[in-house]
Design a protein around this ligand. Structure first.
Ligand code: SAM
Ligand code: SF4
Length: 336
């Protein structure tokens, strides 16, 4: 099944909750949001049914995210259901790490193999400034608990923001090399409507790589399966690898095979979408599997999203790009 630009559907990101116990400045800077009502959140049975249908349509990789996915009670039960789906090759989870120390072992036993943990600095004060809740020690504890119980690979996600943590890049690289973690630097993006993104806050992939390469020389490896968001590099000395997700300066829309399912069951076809399609209504109105599959397929076949390509075109043109002119679903709702 291909969209208008011949992109297949391969990956599904499922947001299991829009709630979060952090308030990262780059994602969710306000104290209060209009939370999705609990009754509207998909149950594990509903998520599993939809995931199964997505797998039948070609999805072979599912990532659980949010909000903070580990806030969803008994998440290991969902992991267990999803990890036994036939033909699903890869199930992973992205977390802020705050509850990972307590939950890593149950997640591993339920069938999770790998995990991404967001960590933007190793400086406790800076951590408090960026993430505004929680504490660094708990996240580090979570990372090492995940390692002890055998989750692998463990990838650290770092959002790089100019003047905030661009001077932490080498510390984070050294930390990941020393402890056997993979590390992914993410260009700061204009997700949602609240983070006041401007291109001045962006540290481009090239600059990130130049900083790392000057200390630890790198060799390009490429994108996993040719379509992963991260462009990967290995250290020439053999001590691990590093990736950069350059959605702003080197968009990868032409190879984007991802769909997203929000916690309340909206199907979203781009991280920068303004709306989604209400699959929960179909589910709760008694639609058959065939009807749901027909709906997915017709949405995917009409898909024309190429937001990051268009953003770059606008940035490079005389007209420029203003994030505020584009209303988008918040990242906590649609799942990063
Ligand atoms: C929205 S979070 C959800 C999962 C979990 N709460 C966490 O923080 O890992 C998923 C990923 O999106 C990243 N992210 C959030 N806001 C971003 C932004 N403005 N630009 C780039 N990445 C962002 C986070 O760093 C995280 O790695
Ligand atoms: S990046 Fe993750 S931890 Fe931070 S506010 Fe967003 S959802 Fe929460």
């Amino acid at each position: 099944m291909h969209d208008i630009y011949t992109r297949p559907l391969r990956d599904l990101r499922i947001s299991v909750t829009d709630r979060c116990n952090f308030r990262c400045t780059y994602c969710m800077p306000f104290d209060e949001y209009e939370w999705i009502d609990k009754k509207e959140i998909l149950t594990f049975e509903e998520i599993t049914r939809l995931a199964d249908l997505f797998v039948q349509l070609g999805v072979d990789k599912i990532r659980l995210t949010g909000g903070e996915p580990l806030l969803r009670r008994d998440l290991d039960k969902l992991v267990s259901k999803l990890s036994s789906l036939n033909r699903l090759e890869d199930l992973c989870l992205t977390t802020n790490g705050s509850l990972l120390a307590e939950k890593a072992s149950a997640l591993k036993s339920a069938g999770l193999r790998r995990i991404n943990v967001s960590l933007d600095t190793l400086d406790p004060e800076k951590f408090a400034r960026i993430r505004r809740r929680g504490d660094l020690a708990k996240v580090l504890e979570g990372l090492f608990a995940a390692k002890r119980c055998g989750l692998s690979p463990i990838k650290i996600n770092v959002v790089v923001e100019r003047g905030v943590n661009d001077d932490d890049i080498i510390d984070l690289v050294e930390f990941s090399r020393k402890n056997g973690f993979a590390i992914r630097f993410i260009e700061y993006m204009d997700v949602g409507n609240s983070n006041n993104w401007t291109s001045e806050k962006l540290v481009a992939k090239k600059e990130i790589l130049d900083i790392i390469d000057a200390r630890y020389p790198l060799r390009e490896v490429g994108r996993d399966k040719g379509s992963a968001p991260s462009m990967d590099y290995e250290f020439i000395d053999g001590e691990g690898d590093v990736g950069v997700i350059a959605s702003v300066t080197e968009p990868f829309c032409s190879t984007c095979t991802r769909a997203r399912l929000t916690a309340d069951g909206k199907l979203v076809t781009c991280l920068f979408s303004a709306t989604g399609y209400d699959l929960r209504a179909l589910l709760r109105n008694g639609a058959t599997d065939e009807e749901i599959i027909e709906t997915f397929s017709s949405i995917w076949r009409k898909r024309t999203d190429r937001y990051s390509d268009e953003r770059l075109e606008a940035m490079n043109s005389g007209r420029g790009y203003r994030a505020k002119d584009h209303k988008k679903i918040e990242m906590i709702t649609l799942g990063g």
